[in-house]
Design a protein around this ligand. Sequence first.
Ligand code: SAM
Length: 402
Amino acid sequence: MSVTVIGIDGGPLPEGSAEALASARLVVGARRHLDAHAPEHARRLELGPFQPALNALAALSGDEHAVVFASGDPGFFGVVRTLREHGVRCGVLPGASSVQQLMARAGRSWDDVAVISPQGGDIGAALNVCRARPAVVVLSARGAGPAQLGSGLEGWRRTLIVGEDLGGPNEAVTTVDPAEAARRTWREPNVVLCLAEPDAVPRRSWFAGGEPLPPESGWALHEDEFSHRDGMLTSSEVRAVALAKLAPRPGTLVWDVGAGSGSVAVECARLGAASIAVESDEAQVVRLITNAAGHGVDVRVAEGAAPQALRELPRPDSIFVGGGGADVVTACAHAGATRVVVALAALDRVGTTRDALRNAGYEVSGVQLSASRLVELEDGAASLKPTDPVVLISGHRKGEHE
Ligand SMILES: C[S@@+](CC[C@H](N)C(=O)[O-])C[C@H]1O[C@@H](n2cnc3c(N)ncnc32)[C@H](O)[C@@H]1O
């Protein structure tokens, strides 16, 4: 048995398709593709679930030929991977991918664009990538279309460009803000381009999908890398341990509660997570906005006092509590995160913090960190200068994806 996969993009079929179809005994594809392109002489099998197609392919004899229709480039989030996974080798005649088509309609280069295919309709990770990165295409799926993306992106400054039925008779390309995307009904199939700055020209890069992580200058940055008030920020050493416990990464959302100058929120964003900084002091809010801009990352600011300010925020994967009382820790322990890290200067709060996390179902660990930094005395001799000791209490419980 031999198999040719033909990609359909609304234009003429790719070169070589006529020959492949003329010799096909079996043709597999979506109803609309079969109606438009399947030859009379071949047996048709409509998709649906893929297993019947695999069975029908396996039943063909050695010299029989089959064609599988798929959308766009079947090698990109498509059927080629599924066939190979089941041991079926195939030739591929690709069409233009829906991502290529949308980017062409938008008249924008796309080497910097991250492409997300939500797994099992789970929109959470896709939303967090759109919240964190400046340019993302989402291959929409059931429960993860333009309306759901729009509703999850309210509160972030984003523009959505929706491509419906690209290359087809009902093609439409529409630019909307998240609120408008959430209100509308959208025709399928569609793909969504999500941009932070619709008119920005991306920097020339060497790596498709956006800069790789972690950033060139590393992480757990020195305090001098942030604007701060009188040294009131998490030290680099404590931040290093806190970041390791928070595990920020693309697809996750981190809250930095009592964010101060926002060093933790900024570092999480630099490591690819979506970040929300919760802060009540106006001057600190200005500082943290400056720090996010200085590091070229998007940090959403929720200005106000926790726990009230936490109420309307989307569910986080990780929470760093750098400020606030026992009521803030309790609220964070019940916010649905997989990881919670609380930094404490006051020892009398260690027990209550541990208990609040434990009572909410977390496995709790704690460490006191007191680093002494190497400094040089006036005569050039090496000496050590202690930083303020901090206790980190960390709670971890199994998340959806672990
Ligand atoms: C499983 S992925 C396959 C992607 C495909 N291999 C490609 O290169 O475009 C299916 C995604 O493509 C989108 N899609 C397929 N055909 C489309 C079209 N004509 N217009 C807009 N989106 C399309 C679907 O909505 C979905 O988000």
